[in-house]
Design a protein around this ligand. Structure first.
Ligand SMILES: Nc1ncnc2c1ncn2[C@@H]1O[C@H](COP(=O)(O)O)[C@@H](OP(=O)(O)O)[C@H]1O
Ligand SMILES: [Mg+2]
Ligand SMILES: [Mg+2]
Ligand SMILES: [Mg+2]
Length: 362
């Protein structure tokens, strides 16, 4: 792995690893009333809030001038009705931040047993994620738990962090605590960390740091999307019907001549799966509800796929624009695939659109 954004990469890997340890341990202890329903009807748990508090606390200490676009904010925790939730989030975040230093971490990052934070400090850290985004300059984007619904089901979710500079994703980190470490052994050990730096490749590392060095070459496996023939392709798609138009995916699969059933998986674990050679196509078509995709749901995943030799665009072939603010703007869906397959998928989408329009006229 190269030295481009080396300091940022070290810090981001450590922050995501801590957040992953936190969320895995929360899952086993999660009780009723530790999940809220947000205004958009989506769930958020003490795990999402605490993970955002941890990552933002670390980033604020190490890169104090960098703004952060984070999914969550602390308003529900500050409300009187949020008192018990708030206490739990503070306890979980402090437990994580005060855990002993791990290989590659520095005490100057404000980590370790003497670094308790106050409630106000942690709520302020969560709210550091309120940045509105920008076309210019540096910013981080954080999804503390991507795939909260998957997390609650005990299935796939991911802690996702990216550094964006002048609207271009430069660094992407995805921690997947429930993803098999080795795709060839689906029932084997779980947990994988994915790291991509623009121009320097995509890698899988162990989720838990091993040995003294942070990322010795032998621990990082370089990822490359293989060439796919149609018989080997299958679509990687959301589990949630409300998030993506899965009936349209079936149509696209038919046009492509894909015979294998789709793989349904929550979160940016789908991008990670594609980057390491599973499936071959990430397909997410809008359901037509006016929903706008959020930058934290795609920033690290899209870079990971690109650095593994793939292409990620919207369904018209336009690049995703990370400079528009917290969202990607008008929603034309997202398509990710290896270089050779991507253009074919765009063609198949065109054809599927025409077929659908024709049927709707009849
Ligand atoms: N109507 C909608 N259309 C598309 N995506 C949506 C959506 N409502 C929520 N999402 C996003 O879908 C993400 C999960 O992705 P996937 O469907 O691939 O598992 C959610 O992330 P969170 O779980 O972080 O809130 C959320 O941001
Ligand atoms: Mg959410
Ligand atoms: Mg998300
Ligand atoms: Mg989330």
């Amino acid at each position: 792995m190269s030295d481009s954004y080396f300091a940022e990469k070290q810090v981001a890997i450590a922050a995501v690893r801590r957040a992953c340890a936190l969320t895995s341990s929360v899952f086993n202890k999660l009780v009723r009333n530790e999940t809220l329903t947000k205004d958009d009807k989506s769930p958020v748990t003490v795990g999402d809030f605490a993970a955002q508090a941890v990552v933002n606390t670390i980033l604020s200490r190490t890169f104090p001038h960098d703004p952060i676009v984070g999914e969550e904010d602390a308003s529900d925790l500050r409300a009187d009705t949020g008192a018990s939730l708030r206490e739990r989030v503070v306890a979980l975040a402090n437990e994580s931040l005060t855990a002993p230093l791990q290989p590659g971490e520095s005490e100057s990052w404000g980590l370790g047993p003497t670094h308790h934070r106050t409630t106000e400090e942690l709520l302020a850290a969560i709210d550091r994620g309120n940045y509105e985004g920008s076309r210019t300059g540096r910013m981080w984007t954080l999804d503390p738990i991507d795939g909260t619904k998957g997390f609650l089901r005990g299935e796939q979710y991911a802690v996702c962090l990216a550094l964006i500079v002048d609207a271009r994703v430069e660094l992407g980190i995805i921690g997947c605590p429930n993803l098999p470490a080795d795709p060839a052994q689906p029932a084997g050990e779980r947990g994988a960390l994915f790291v991509a730096t623009r121009g320097h490749g995509a890698f899988q590392l162990p989720l838990r740091p091993a040995g003294e060095a942070l990322q010795p070459e032998e621990q990082a496996a370089r990822l490359q999307i293989p060439r796919f023939t149609p018989e080997r392709l299958n679509l990687l798609e959301s589990v949630e019907k409300a998030h993506a138009k899965l009936s349209f995916n079936e149509r696209v699969a038919r046009v492509l001549g894909v015979t294998r059933p789709p793989t349904r998986m929550d979160s940016q674990a789908k991008y990670a799966a594609l980057a390491r050679g599973d499936g071959g196509v990430y397909l997410r078509m809008p359901v037509g509800s006016g929903y706008r995709e959020k930058i934290w749901d795609h920033a690290p995943g899209s870079l990971l796929v690109e650095e593994a030799g793939g292409v990620v665009t919207d369904s018209r072939g336009q690049p995703l624009d990370f400079g528009l603010g917290r969202t990607l703007g008008e929603n034309y869906g997202v398509v990710g695939a290896g270089k050779e397959v991507h253009a074919t998928v765009l063609e198949a989408i065109k054809q599927a659109n025409q077929e659908e329009a024709k049927e709707e006229c009849q």
